[in-house]
Design a protein around this ligand. Structure first.
Ligand code: NAG
Ligand code: NAG
Ligand code: ZN
Length: 437
């Protein structure tokens, strides 16, 4: 018996409500010393700048166009920021999936889900999708695969939205007696849309492969999956309605004009209230787990998932094309089982290379976050917390690209990135199911 299924129509982002970045560019500085870059920017205190990424080789910063010429060492990597942003949203006619969802639901009345979806190109992945469309699509997955999927409520956000996890399992007690679980999160940072679409891509591949392909059948029989495609729903909605480049959640801070805590600095592991200001993009809050998303998440896995043994944690971010292993908070902290952790990380990168030829660098998260250069910067991360307290293996994947579009990857990359990252997920599952470990 199928429940009543209602369709939600996404709210279209209107161009005039969006932050205008027409006078902004993105600079690349070829250094890993973020302090050096911050010093260069210090004399422009009244203008808005934003560090996009600090990698082991470069630091990318959004700056006003009129200071670019004076900034020594700035290589402009995105010249027309406004246009690059505009290209990431679907056109109005491509945005509505209502008809598609209705069609699929009708087919489901008379055909089994596998024949409805198998071999069918899912137009869901043709564009980035707003939160309502994603949540409707998750409902459709639950409706299509009721034996495999349960949508679970992790908690609620500051603005009252649901944070949802998809629990995928063949519920095979005999084959998975200890409830071995893999956790995947996307969209911790609101503007990193490719992480959200990739988490959805994983969901689709796992579900449509079960019973049809050997590997997916084995994975779902021997593993449970908890997948949170949109870890930061308020921030995500904000990137559609107001500011495509928003990163944090949308919580009120002590400073009335500045909203948002960086969820990935809010976890209670080596949490440090760095001297950052609530307006900054890295703001960690005034106490660990102050971000409602990280707190709810902790309660959810601690309470409702206490009998599950979490073997793997995969956190999807962008951009830089990197596989990051713990710890983030300090390069002096040695992760347990380092040799195997490195084998896993290089294996993930290799799996991606074999799928698409793309190169992902493997490094410790502390290097990527610059925590050895700026103590405190790497603290309170989801990866460290999950790895230290909850999951046996943990990595963060920073997806494409390496700077041509940065956070603003066009929609045509959704499928290729999904495919290469799914190659990595398969390696991750095989690694965890390897009896020798
Ligand atoms: C980073 O740059 C700052 C400012 O130029 C300098 O004081 C510091 O020593 C540099 N750090 C490293 C590790 O090179
Ligand atoms: C998890 O829950 C248990 C019991 O509910 C509690 O004793 C423990 O302190 C919790 N751990 C964390 C890290 O919240
Ligand atoms: Zn991120």
């Amino acid at each position: 018996m199928r429940g009543v299924f209602t369709f939600l129509v996404g709210v279209t982002a209107t161009a005039n409500a969006l932050s205008d970045y027409s006078d902004q560019k993105v600079c690349r500085f070829h250094t890993k010393n973020v302090t050096e870059v911050k010093l260069k920017l210090q004399k422009y205190q009244d203008v808005s700048t934003d560090i996009w990424t600090r990698s082991s080789q470069f630091v990318d910063v959004r700056v006003p166009a009129n200071i670019v010429a004076e900034l020594e060492g700035c290589e402009v990597i995105i010249g027309d920021l406004k246009d690059t942003i505009a290209q990431t949203y679907p056109s109005a006619e491509a945005q509505s999936l209502e008809k598609h969802f209705e069609e699929v639901q009708q087919l489901l009345q008379t055909q089994d889900p596998f024949s409805v979806l198998k071999g069918r190109h899912d137009i869901f992945f043709d564009q980035f999708r707003d939160l309502d469309t994603i949540y409707t699509w998750l409902d459709l997955m639950e409706l299509t695969f009721p034996e495999l999927v349960k949508i679970e409520l992790v908690g609620q956000t500051y603005e009252g939205r649901d944070m949802k996890a998809l629990h995928i399992s063949a519920n095979n007690q005999a084959l998975n007696p200890e409830k071995k679980t893999i956790i995947i999160t996307g969209g911790v940072h609101a503007r990193e849309w490719i992480g959200v679409s990739t988490a959805c891509y994983f969901i689709y591949e796992l579900l449509t492969g079960y019973g049809a392909n050997k590997r997916e059948t084995k994975y779902l029989n021997h593993l449970d999956f908890l997948i949170v495609p949109v870890f930061n729903p308020d921030g995500y909605v904000y990137t559609w309605s107001h500011d495509r480049l928003w990163r944090k959640n949308r919580q009120q801070t002590y400073y009335p004009r500045c909203f948002g805590i960086d969820i990935d600095h809010s976890f209670d592991f080596h949490w440090t209230g760095i001297q950052d200001f609530p307006c900054s993009e890295d703001y960690s809050g005034e106490a660990p787990f102050e971000a409602l998303e990280s707190e709810s998440w902790n309660n959810y896995i601690n309470e409702s998932k206490s009998e599950y043994t979490i073997h793997g944690y995969l956190d999807l971010h962008s951009y830089s094309q990197e596989v990051l292993y713990p710890y983030a908070y300090s390069c002096d902290a040695l992760p347990r089982d380092l040799e195997n952790l490195l084998e896993l990380s290089y294996g993930l990168a290799k799996a991606i290379r074999r799928k698409s030829g793309k190169n992902y660098k493997v490094l410790s998260s502390c290097e990527d976050r610059g925590s050895d250069l700026t103590p405190g910067l790497g603290s309170g991360s989801a990866l460290d917390y999950m790895y230290h307290h909850r999951a046996h293996w943990g990595v963060q994947l920073k997806l494409r690209d390496t700077g041509n579009h940065g956070f603003l990857l066009p929609a045509k990359y959704i499928n290729p990135v999904g495919k290469e990252a799914y190659g990595a997920l398969k390696y991750f599952c095989d690694f965890i199911l390897n009896p020798e470990l």
